[in-house]
Design a protein around this ligand. Structure first.
Ligand SMILES: Nc1ncnc2c1ncn2[C@@H]1O[C@H](COP(=O)(O)OP(=O)(O)OP(=O)(O)O)[C@@H](O)[C@H]1O
Ligand SMILES: [Mg+2]
Length: 267
């Protein structure tokens, strides 16, 4: 274990990205994402935006875990800057569809018939979740709505969730994205934490790593809040850096100076 962890008596490394769903803090932004998942289950498109490191992927994972797997099927894709055909192929891989054709129409047909079959036989609600959607090419946005169309839009066989950085909204305002944008039924933006929430967030991470007391002084919490602008991954970085700096000086409480030292290493 890292020497600073031993110094403070952590049972596991604090402020990591590997947190099980049950150990996540029920942040208002995460709950808001789940509520919108509920809403979009009856069809349509949900758009989730947030700055880098604001908790988008974590909220997607947690929200999906709140649904029963016998009733819901989630297809998770991480978008790339690839072509539409590559996007369709990613979807087919997730559904274990063997793609025997190189044509766009052929792949789409195979995908839709599998979706129909799952909806009819397993009676599961299907949701395609695309993380990092801001990376999708404009030409993909222009055609994405055709994916959700079944029997000329008379059937809602699945829902689409698009999550990404704030410029995702800009891509949706392009004229060519209008058919997709018109199918958006819900939207949410992951807000940054306020100072009180930051104190709770830091304490939560300490607790799941095995420490039940606040190791950050009030001023250190303020320094983390200001230095991270309330963004979770930046806060993790500053908090961990502050703990390392305090341990190096054999101090049991993290001070704002320790956070300042950590912030000099933040890109
Ligand atoms: N509810 C939560 N409880 C505790 N920690 C959380 C929670 N949500 C996010 N985090 C922490 O914040 C980190 C960043 O979250 P996440 O990776 O979900 O952000 P993101 O918005 O998807 O980032 P990116 O834009 O880089 O993809 C996580 O690794 C985790 O440590
Ligand atoms: Mg992410």
């Amino acid at each position: 274990m890292n020497p600073y962890c031993a110094f403070f008596g952590f049972k596991s490394e604090p402020f990591t990205s590997e947190i099980s769903s049950k150990n996540l803090l029920k942040l208002p932004s995460m709950v808001s994402v789940k509520e919108r998942f509920d809403y979009v289950m009856s069809g349509g498109v949900l758009v989730i935006t947030g700055e880098v490191g604001s908790g988008k992927s974590t909220s997607l994972r947690w929200s999906q875990n709140q649904f029963h797997p016998s009733q819901h099927l989630f297809l998770n894709i991480t978008a790339t800057g690839g072509s539409l055909i590559e996007f369709y192929r990613q979807l087919c891989w997730d559904l274990e569809i063997v793609v025997q054709t190189g044509s766009r129409a052929g792949i789409l047909k195979g995908f839709k018939s599998t979706i129909r079959e799952i909806a009819a036989t397993k009676k599961q609600k299907i949701t395609v979740v695309v993380d990092e959607s801001h990376l999708l090419r404009i030409e993909v946005f222009a055609e994405l709505h055709t994916l959700t169309q079944f029997d000329n839009d008379s059937k809602n066989l699945f829902s689409l969730v698009l999550a990404g950085q704030p410029n995702l909204i800009e891509k949706l305002t392009y004229r060519s994205s209008a058919p997709l944008a018109s199918r958006v039924v819900a939207r949410t933006h992951l807000s940054h934490l306020n100072q009180d929430q930051m104190a709770v967030y830091l304490e939560h991470h300490l607790t799941i790593a095995g420490i039940k007391k606040q190791l950050f002084s009030d001023q250190a919490i303020t320094a983390i809040y200001q230095g991270s602008a309330g963004i979770l991954r930046k806060a993790n970085f500053l908090a961990r850096g502050g703990l390392v700096a305090a341990a190096t000086e054999k101090e049991q409480v993290v001070s704002p100076d320790h956070i300042r030292l950590a912030s000099t290493k933040l890109l």
